[in-house]
Design a protein around this ligand. Structure first.
Ligand code: NDP
Length: 439
């Protein structure tokens, strides 16, 4: 076999994206060295220097070449280039493998579907997707998942579910689905790395990804002081002033978490009322009273200033007491001002990962959320295409809870099981009829 290149990963403690990077290399059977930079200033400086000034973990190197963080590593995985760099590419001859059931996504919905489908003897192939483990891997403490009175960390809950799914015969595979051809039966499922499968049924549980704003400075500074994951990157900006953008539960949770590291955490929300539940608002107000958080209502961010070498220096904010100030830039009451912060965290919701289902006939709304049958009785997770089911954040823009995603995942697996049984029955009666006609 060819010699394995040297893989090095700079990590830190409590770093979900570091775990994702390690899981990715583990799944490929690739050995790697890890350097934990938490509390080790020298190692941190070394990482920053080798990573061209980036201050986020993980930072991955293959044979001394900077690959980057999780986004860059998974982007290479998506195109198959990571396997090339790792010497894992075999020449040609890739055959189309048939599976009874493919599940897209290894968040809570996908993994619960995998547990049920495994137990139902449907031997599911579970494609991990862009963000293995889903959104919960970015949460430090899950306090409301039933059965864990002391709470459980998001990554631990996800890993437990992965183990449980594997025990029941589910196969987990790293990869991202590029397209699904529903004009043919079985469906043809193509991965971004070129692998092709056919499958009798598909459960779309591919979740939703963090939204960004598309403002100046965003692309340049993402990973250099701008982040969509406070639990991943907060510790890198110790003693800085930090800005959290958003007014939902995620923004409140992240702001509360960041008080561990920040000098002061500022929350910029575009209107007067928070969308977050009262529990989180109360926790934030406790921190406001302690002087650790300051709230800026009716305020939006329009630009992030800084450099990849020095990180974020300051941001441009606009404020108008009527709310949604970016819609009122010409209003003389709109106040634009520069604001010094060392780090910015977006917590402005998510966009469903459903591009790969375009052209299949599955109905989606304007934002890309899948439409399923819903209602009472069986078949609630059916989409408009028989054999394709939807579960979790690809469907649910409202509840978006781990426990509701788990519930939908189990329903999708049960619906798929019924569909597969019907299919088998129809096929075997067609065979019997054909045999009778031959006689
Ligand atoms: P939400 O959609 O609930 O909130 C997004 C926030 O971002 C809103 O306040 C929204 O403002 C704001 N926003 C959206 N787009 C923009 C924009 N372009 N510019 C400025 N602000 C913007 O998303 P979350 O990620 O917070 O939560 C998603 C789901 O996950 C929810 O169901 C939540 O309950 C759950 N969750 C639960 C947690 C927990 O309990 N531990 C933690 C995190 C999430 P506006 O309000 O004006 O629309």
């Amino acid at each position: 076999m060819s010699e394995q290149p040297r893989v090095e990963i700079y990590t830190k403690t409590q770093c979900p994206y570091c775990d994702k990077a390690k899981d990715l290399f583990d799944s490929k059977g690739i050995e790697y060295e890890t350097y934990n930079v938490t509390g080790d200033d020298e190692l941190f400086e070394e990482m920053v220097e080798r990573a061209d000034g980036r201050k986020t973990a993980p930072e991955v190197f293959i044979d001394d070449e900077l690959i980057g963080g999780w986004d860059e590593t998974s982007a290479l995985e998506e195109t198959g280039e990571l396997d090339e760099k790792l010497g894992l590419v075999t020449d040609g001859g890739s055959e189309t493998e048939h599976r009874k059931l493919i599940i897209a996504g290894t968040g809570i919905a996908g993994l619960t579907a995998a547990i049920y489908a495994g137990r139902g003897d449907n031997q599911p192939l579970v494609i991990e997707g862009d963000e293995p483990g889903g959104q919960l891997t970015l949460t430090t403490d899950v306090a409301n998942y039933p059965g864990f009175p002391e709470g459980i960390s998001g990554p631990e809950l996800v890993n437990n579910m992965k183990e449980q799914a594997k025990q029941f015969g589910a196969e987990l595979k790293n990869g991202i689905i590029e397209s699904v051809d529903a004009d043919q039966r079985p469906f043809r499922v193509e991965l971004t790395n070129g692998d092709v499968y056919t499958t009798d049924a598909l459960i779309a549980a591919s979740g939703a990804s963090a939204r960004t704003l598309g403002i100046p400075g965003e692309d340049e500074l993402m990973g250099y002081g701008l982040s969509t994951c406070a639990t991943c990157d907060g510790a890198f900006f110790r003693d800085e002033d930090m800005l959290v953008v958003g007014g939902g539960d995620a923004a409140m949770e992240e702001a509360t978490f960041l008080t561990k590291f920040a000098d002061t955490v500022y929350i910029a929300h575009r209107r007067e009322e928070f969308r977050a539940e009262q529990y989180w608002i109360d926790r934030v107000h406790e921190k406001v009273e302690d002087g650790e958080i300051e709230i800026m209502k009716n305020t939006e961010i329009t630009e992030i200033h800084g450099s990849q070498e020095e990180g974020v220096d300051h941001v441009t904010l606009v404020e108008n007491e009527q709310g949604h100030p970016t819609d009122r830039l010409d209003d003389p009451e709109t106040n634009e001002f520069e604001f010094d912060v060392g780090a910015v965290f977006f917590a402005i919701g998510h966009t469903p990962n459903t591009d790969y289902l375009e052209g299949t006939g599955v109905t989606m709304d304007d934002e890309g959320y899948l439409r399923t049958q819903g209602g009472d009785g069986g078949g609630q997770t059916e989409t408009d295409v028989p054999g394709i089911f939807g579960a979790g954040d690809v469907v649910d823009y409202h509840y978006q809870q781990a426990v509701t995603a788990a519930g939908m995942g189990s329903k999708a697996a049960l619906d798929a099981d019924e569909y597969l049984e019907d299919l088998e029955r129809a096929e075997s009666s067609a065979e019997t009829e054909a045999a009778a006609a031959d006689d």
